[in-house]
Design a binder for this molecule. Structure first.
Ligand code: NAD
Length: 291
């Protein structure tokens, strides 16, 4: 049986670990939050008391952490993944982080005989629960092939997009489109309601035409009802827009709409909505119109 060390059992990591357990993998998990570890144990997983213990006997290590400082601490720190992993271990970081960190992990991992992939995901909490995430993978083709049995449990659209770091750049493009879509759905709701119309009815029509999107499908009801429990926190999307704009600078391209979306998300965060779902961009759209 393949043993998977899983570090970061939050909104996404927890259901991903559950799916791996149900598929018959042996999962040894670590998180800083006790309730996440209790849930893993209740589902038949093994609780580790440190990153080193989650890593030492693992064939595959997965990290699903908020941002690059946490990934760097877990990967490079004392007792971290690269120090504790057996040679030949496959280390798959599925967090959304800047590509430079993914490339550094790959460089240092390779020097220690650890195989590394960056494999960020899209599909949200529901996609993680249902095991239908989109997974964008950067790294060598043979390591991508070795990880396929794990990816098949977690995702539906699993694509090898290029060398180390490429998964993160594709994820940045994903976050650009997702942020922009939320911003425009929010503006559509403000427009419809200010025009005296039922926004829910209006969005039902949009969802059947060219404006259709997964965001309209999954989130229009909760947005119109102003239910903003995360999901995906504004704080995390703010982090992702920073990655998007850094990637744009590095690639020497202009992303004017992306820049505006980044500022709208910054405004949501500065207004104290950082821990709400990113659909709370509706609050910014409303306040810009005095609603
Ligand atoms: P989260 O905050 O719910 O989970 C992160 C987990 O990491 C927490 O349980 C936290 O305790 C744990 N953690 C932090 N530092 C740690 C450390 N040093 N050692 C062990 N555990 C540690 O975040 P999330 O929503 O699950 O997102 C995780 C990653 O996935 C982020 O990079 C995010 O951008 C990305 N992502 C999230 C979604 C979503 O819808 N939530 C969708 C796609 C991608």
């Amino acid at each position: 049986m393949t043993t998977i060390g899983f570090v970061g059992l939050g909104i996404m990591g927890s259901p991903m670990a559950s799916n791996l357990l149900r598929a018959g993998f042996d999962v040894v998990g670590f998180d800083l939050v006790a309730s996440s570890l209790e849930r893993l144990a209740a589902e038949g997983g093994t609780v580790a008391t440190s990153v080193a213990r989650a890593t030492a006997e693992a064939d595959v290590v997965i990290t699903m952490l908020p941002n690059h400082p946490q990934v760097e601490a877990v990967a490079f720190g004392d007792g971290g993944v690269l120090e504790s992993a057996k040679p030949g271990t496959l280390y798959v970081d599925m967090s959304s982080i800047r590509p430079q960190t993914s490339r550094r992990i790959a460089e240092e991992g390779t020097a220690k005989g650890v195989r590394v992939l960056d494999a960020p995901v899209s599909g949200g909490e529901q996609g993680a629960i249902d095991g239908v995430l989109s997974i964008m993978v950067g790294g060598p083709a043979e390591d991508f092939a070795a990880a396929a049995p794990v990816f098949d449990v977690l995702g539906k659209t699993v694509v090898h997009v290029g060398p180390h770091g490429a998964g993160q750049t594709v994820k940045a493009a994903n976050q650009l489109v997702v942020g922009g879509t939320y911003a425009l759905v929010a503006e559509a709701i403000v427009l419809l309601e200010a025009s005296g119309l039922d926004a829910g009815v209006g969005l039902d029509v949009l969802a059947g035409g060219l404006a259709a999107s997964r965001i309209l499908d999954l989130k229009r009801e909760s947005m119109v009802a102003r239910r903003f429990a995360p999901g995906f926190r504004i704080d995390l999307h703010h982090k992702d827009m920073g990655i998007v704009l850094d990637a744009a600078r590095e690639a020497e391209v202009a992303l004017p709409v992306g820049g505006l979306v980044a500022q709208l998300i910054a405004s949501a965060r500065a207004s104290g909505h950082g821990s709400l779902d990113h659909s709370a961009l509706l609050k910014v759209a409303e306040s810009l119109s005095g609603k």
